[in-house]
Design a protein around this ligand. Structure first.
Ligand code: TMP
Length: 237
């Protein structure tokens, strides 16, 4: 597979064309940002961990019937994926109150919900990724009603599968953000990444944070936390 010109560079990844018009190569960086790019840094080895973790999780989800962009891991940092156009929605599922939920609604972090909370943000850095509901998404024509129904169904199925998976690793899945894309024939599939950058992962015993909140909140031990969750994933699967 030939890696051709770069089509996109995001905060954590670069995307390249290949000689197959339906396939892209994603290249994961160690760059980390938070607060819409206001805070910048590097998490050494993050690109390698996020690439491999995301791939293992997507393989697991595919086995559970959730279509994903994953095709083949090419190297430590590079993965061949299906070409999609990203639906500009950040799809967030929460099992436990934390982060912006706690801030917006004035509830303590750590309160467990009876049912998962499903939330959308409009993926738009200039607007600061504002929260939006299904009516907003339809009004903005970011997706059709059918697509949104599919996205919600997949997001809740991803949550169930990830929750169970991480529990076996001694990790509590607090919340996560995923993104979906449309393939050239219009099929909705899971895209982007699933990693400690995009999930809140707490040690089930101690509650220790094992995710990007260590970087966002200057808690120290950032690299060690990424290495720890990756080690647990590999040891338990
Ligand atoms: P939040 O509580 O800050 O809204 O974050 C919810 C989840 O989404 C959390 O697991 C971190 C993840 N997330 C991203 O992946 N990208 C982002 O830009 C933000 C703000 C959150």
């Amino acid at each position: 597979m030939q890696k051709l010109e770069q089509v996109y560079e995001g905060k954590a990844k670069k995307v390249f064309k290949t000689d197959d018009p339906e396939l892209f190569i994603v290249d994961y960086k160690d760059d980390a940002t938070a607060f819409n790019g206001l805070k910048k840094g590097t998490i050494k080895g993050k690109g390698v961990i996020n690439n491999q973790m995301s791939n293992r999780l997507m393989e697991m989800l595919a086995k559970k019937g959730i279509p994903t962009h994953f095709v083949e891991e090419l190297s430590e940092r590079e993965t061949l994926v299906k070409k999609v156009s990203i639906v500009p929605l950040e799809v967030i599922v929460r099992n436990i109150a934390a982060g912006s939920f706690s801030k917006h609604y004035g509830v303590e972090e750590g309160i467990k919900f009876d049912e998962p909370v499903l939330e959308f943000s409009y993926k738009n850095d200039d607007l600061g990724d504002p929260l939006l509901n299904t009516s907003h998404a339809l009004a903005l024509k970011v997706a059709t009603k059918e697509e949104i129904d599919t996205i919600k169904k997949y997001a809740l199925a991803v949550n169930e599968a990830l929750k169970e998976f991480w529990a076996k690793c001694g990790v509590t899945l607090v919340d996560f953000k995923i993104e979906f894309g449309r393939t050239s024939d219009g099929t909705i599939i899971l895209a982007d990444e699933i990693s400690p950058d995009t999930c809140r992962l707490w040690d089930s015993e101690t509650g220790e944070k094992l995710d990007k909140d260590r970087f966002r909140r200057d808690l120290g031990g950032v690299e060690e936390a990424y290495e720890e969750v990756m080690k647990r994933l590999l040891n338990n699967n």
